[in-house]
Design a protein around this ligand. Structure first.
Ligand code: UD1
Length: 429
């Protein structure tokens, strides 16, 4: 049972480089199945969610080789032997559902265990199902598995009730090889939607309008292999930006796309942090006391829900009353009681957290209730006084590559420890 031990009080200083976007990679790798060919994907982050997904893809019969220290994944999809992914292979990750859209598009059939992932709300998949049905698929949900099948997919116009990232990508993938044209209205506009569309197009698909309010997909009969590089992870980048702010340090976050960071940059500036934006990097540094702010999570280009816990940790150390409203997921505040153990004063009422700033956190034993909550606790530990011991860090491993190495390189004190490991006995002769 591994835990993080974090010793706080050191302002982070230096440079950190952002890895490839986990949420883009979780869709790009399944999308490669549609090539029926060999695809080379660069800048794949080495995180646990990707590891689980690649094991499931391998289980389908895809030959996978790695280059560039595991960051380049070469998938030979010429012989896909299976179109079913059972629970033991995929239960842990949310993005298992992308295998549904990709295999439905490529093989007209797929059966996948219903998705797991972070426990932050009900997370229905009705919009995915609505889209698949509109394209002509039949859906059956039984024994924890979802089966989608069709003789032929035919394009249609699909209006999403809410701009779901997963449903947009899934429908976009399935529609690539449908007959005729598909329109997705009210789609999600997140950067990784555009990334997946670009990758699909590099394989011969005809997707237009990704990142806008309507996506048009003209079906093609065949796709082909391609080489593609995944965009930087905006949430990892944002986490290090907040790490710099919360420890009152000075960090240059490198290898990011500044445009993707606009909402986060704007809120840090509003609080009083100094933010310098360059071509592909952003420096966050401490200049003066921060002021309290109000933040509301919204679909992109609004403030990302995946940055909500990290920002709340920061807001909890700012003088005055700050307010965070969560409008995407209904139970994304469970970690606030863990921050409370460190001294934070946060009251949650419905989808709003009212945050009364305190002067400091003190180290405590806390639990990472989900991925981004875990990141928030690491940040709180780095800013606070004394030792913080964080359990359930497998949640953090799901989405942050080399977190402890990157923080240590910035001068922060964080160690991964195995609390169940017995001390080694030394034989003294
Ligand atoms: C993705 C991200 C996740 C991020 C979220 C919102 C991945 C693997 N995960 O999750 O990190 O927090 O986007 O940016 O990329 N909804 C429905 N019906 C559906 C689908 C969604 O009602 O069929 C609702 C959800 O309950 C939620 C909202 O739509 O309230 C947004 O969810 P969605 O964008 O689909 O999130 P995910 O794709 O699961």
């Amino acid at each position: 049972m591994e835990k993080y031990l974090v010793k706080g009080g050191v302002p982070l200083r230096g440079e950190v480089s952002v890895s490839g976007a986990k949420n883009a990679a979780l869709a790009v790798l399944p999308a490669a199945l549609m090539s029926g060919d060999v695809c080379t994907i660069n800048n794949v982050p080495k995180v646990e969610d990707i590891h689980v997904l690649l094991q499931a893809i391998q289980h389908l019969g895809v030959k996978i080789t790695y280059e560039n220290d595991g960051h380049t994944v070469i998938m030979d999809c010429r012989k896909i032997e299976k179109v079913t992914v059972d629970y033991e292979h995929i239960s842990k990750i949310r993005a298992s559902y992308y295998l549904l859209g990709a295999l439905l598009g490529a093989k007209n059939y797929s059966k996948v265990a219903l998705p797991g992932g972070c426990n932050i709300g009900a997370r229905p998949i009705d919009q995915h199902i609505k889209g698949f049905k509109a394209l002509g698929a039949e859906i059956e949900i039984e024994h924890g598995m979802i089966e989608v099948k069709t003789d032929k997919l035919v394009g249609d116009t699909i209006y999403l009730d809410s701009p779901s990232v997963g449903a947009t990508i899934n429908i976009m993938m399935a529609a690539c090889m449908a007959e005729g044209t598909t329109y997705i209205e009210n789609p999600a506009k997140e950067p990784h939607i555009v990334d997946v569309a670009n990758f699909l197009n590099s394989m011969g698909a005809k997707v237009k309008g990704a990142g806008t309010h309507i996506i048009k997909i003209q079906g093609v009969s065949k796709m082909h292999g391609s080489e593609y590089t995944i965009i930087p992870d905006m949430i990892e980048a944002g986490t290090y930006m907040v790490a710099a702010a919360i420890t009152k340090g000075n960090v240059l976050v490198r290898n990011l796309i500044p445009k993707h960071m606009d909402a986060i940059t704007a809120k840090l500036i509003e609080m009083g942090a100094r933010v310098d934006v360059y071509g592909d990097s952003i420096r966050v540094s401490y200049e003066k006391d921060y002021s309290s702010i109000r933040v509301k999570t919204l679909p992109y280009p609004g403030f990302p829900t995946d940055m909500q816990p990290q920002f709340v940790a920061l807001m909890a150390l700012v003088n005055g009353v700050s307010v965070m409203t969560e409008s995407i997921f209904e139970s994304r505040f469970s970690y606030t009681s863990e921050l409370g153990r460190m001294g934070a004063d946060i009251k949650v009422e419905g989808n709003t957290a009212i945050i009364n700033g305190v002067s400091n956190f003190t180290g405590a034993q806390v639990r990472a209730t989900d991925l981004r909550a875990g990141a928030a606790l690491v940040l709180a530990g780095l800013a606070g006084k004394g030792d913080t011991l964080i359990s359930n860090i497998y949640n953090i491993d799901r989405g942050y590559e080399c977190l402890e190495d990157k923080i240590s390189a910035l001068g922060g004190w964080i160690k991964r420890i195995d609390t169940e490991k017995k001390p080694e006995l030394k034989v003294v002769s």
